[in-house]
Design a protein around this ligand. Structure first.
Ligand code: NDP
Ligand code: HSE
Length: 435
């Protein structure tokens, strides 16, 4: 008789519910492909009396005691889908200690505790799988760890947060307000329990750290990733960007040249409308990877939501089931640390092109004073827009800046900010040309 792998599911929210449903739908298909059956044995939730639409396991399967699931001798593998970094860490460590493989979609947990969890997985000879932690349904972990194993990754550009991409797309296409679209993203199950993780760029930074770690062989500390979010982007910026031939995307960027240190950052950037990444809309994610052997490659799919994420969890369940079947924990290791001297370069050491929107008093000589500051810093202006017919005491002035060192640009901006003809906080965004 075919062996059945018994699953302990910890968390039955957006993703857990999606996994439970998808297993009901495609479990038999997976079993016929794998030669191993998959069965949910127990499920831990926070609130037993919550009304659950869709995924609704029998009451006898449910418990509020995650430890009872992780330590249940009938459970062969544990799926952590509760989120956060405190209880989730305990769940994963308890399961690994019990010698059980763990599947997780928790990028925050991996970003902050990855090294500890991978060490535990090695010590207890139980693997840790995390395909769903980055870019939802896109199998980007497998791509970096397996498909591109023969490449040095020189560039990786990711649209990695579905919520932010959904918000920016709808603000740009419909002129919708930030708060209204964020509420829709929450209703659709895209956003994190604490949505500031999405809109302030941290979730994308957690994911960028995971991808950079896989690409470069040392675990990247998310605190060292330069991170900006999208809260400060206004309808005016989206409009001016469009006039200039760009769209605005929250980009995760990993750059590494030769033997030098890597640079990992997350910020909203203007990208040319004609570039393939500009057409990634709504909740979709994309990861653009340049390898020294393969050249440019692109991976695209839904980045958040129940079904897309469930698909990635199912892929991990299949790997875990095969590893259990073949008594192997070494077939694909969770993370192989192969670069002992890996280090990150701060963004202040980078060179970028910039978009600068200033709110200026409408009087003669203003532009000359700004140009003088930039000129003294040897920073070149490539174009200027000052729209006519703007009402009010101040007017927007948009400057496009040629490639300039970040540190020089930051100093110049500090001086521009002090001019008494500048009103409000200047808006500076980088322009990414994917070179
Ligand atoms: P939800 O908030 O929708 O679900 C969380 C689930 O965990 C709920 O079922 C909740 O129970 C349960 N839970 C919370 N605390 C406990 C606890 N102490 N003991 C037992 N159960 C508990 O989160 P998501 O499904 O959206 O996210 C889960 C994970 O997946 C997170 O790490 C997230 O970052 C990640 N992720 C999410 C994606 C998405 O699109 N939403 C995509 C990719 C990854 P109850 O139902 O009773 O409240
Ligand atoms: N909140 C995340 C996002 C979920 O919007 O991308 C997927 O990781």
């Amino acid at each position: 008789m075919q062996k059945k792998v018994q699953i302990g599911l910890v968390g039955l929210g957006t993703v857990g519910g999606g996994v439970y449903d998808a297993l009901r739908r495609n479990g038999a298909l997976m079993a016929s492909r794998l030669g191993v059956g998959l069965r949910v044995r127990r499920v831990a939730v926070r609130n037993l009396s919550k009304r659950r639409v869709g995924a609704n396991p029998p009451a006898a399967m449910l418990t509020t005691d995650w430890a009872a699931v992780a330590n249940d001798p009938r459970v062969d593998l544990v799926v952590e889908l509760i989120g956060g970094t405190t209880v989730a860490r305990q769940v994963v460590l308890a399961a690994l200690r019990a010698g059980k493989p763990v599947v997780t979609a928790n990028k925050a947990l991996l970003a902050f505790h990855g090294e500890e969890l991978f060490a535990a997985a090695r010590r207890y000879r139980a693997n840790l799988y995390y395909e769903a932690s980055v870019a939802g349904g896109i199998p980007i972990i497998k791509v970096l760890r397996e498909a591109l194993i023969g490449n040095r990754v020189t560039r990786l550009y990711g649209i990695l947060n579905g919520t932010c991409n959904y918000i920016l797309t709808r603000m740009q296409a419909e002129g919708a307000g930030f708060a209204e679209v964020l509420a829709d993203a929450q209703r659709l199950g895209y956003a994190e329990a604490d949505p500031s993780l999405d809109v302030d760029g941290h979730d994308a930074a957690h994911k960028a750290g995971i991808l950079a770690s896989l690409a470069h062989g040392f675990w990247v500390n998310p605190r060292q990733i330069h991170t900006e979010g999208i809260r400060h982007i206004t309808a005016l910026d989206l409009k001016f960007a469009a006039q200039l031939g760009y769209v605005i995307k929250l980009l995760a960027i990993v750059k590494k040249d030769g033997r030098g240190s890597a640079q990992v950052s997350v910020y909203p950037a203007l990208i040319p409308k004609g570039h393939v990444m500009a057409s990634v809309a709504g909740v979709f994610n994309a990861v653009y990877v340049r390898g020294d052997v393969v050249g440019d490659t692109l991976y695209y799919g839904r980045g958040a939501g129940a079904d897309a994420t469930a698909s990635a969890v199912l892929s991990d369940l299949a790997d875990a089931a095969l590893d259990l079947k073949h008594h192997s924990t070494e077939r694909v290791q969770a993370f192989v640390s192969h670069e002992r001297n890996g280090a990150l370069r701060p963004i202040s050491a980078a060179t970028n092109s910039f978009y600068l929107r200033l709110d200026v008093v409408d009087q003669p000589g203003v532009l000359a004073r700004i140009a003088a500051i930039l000129g003294r810093a040897r920073i070149g202006i490539s174009s200027v827009i000052q729209p006519e017919g703007h009402e009010g005491a101040s007017v927007p002035l948009i400057l496009m800046i040629h490639d300039a060192p970040e540190a020089a640009m930051a100093r110049a901006l500090g001086q521009i900010r002090k001019l008494n003809t500048i009103k409000g906080e200047p808006m500076m965004m980088r322009v990414e040309n994917f070179t």
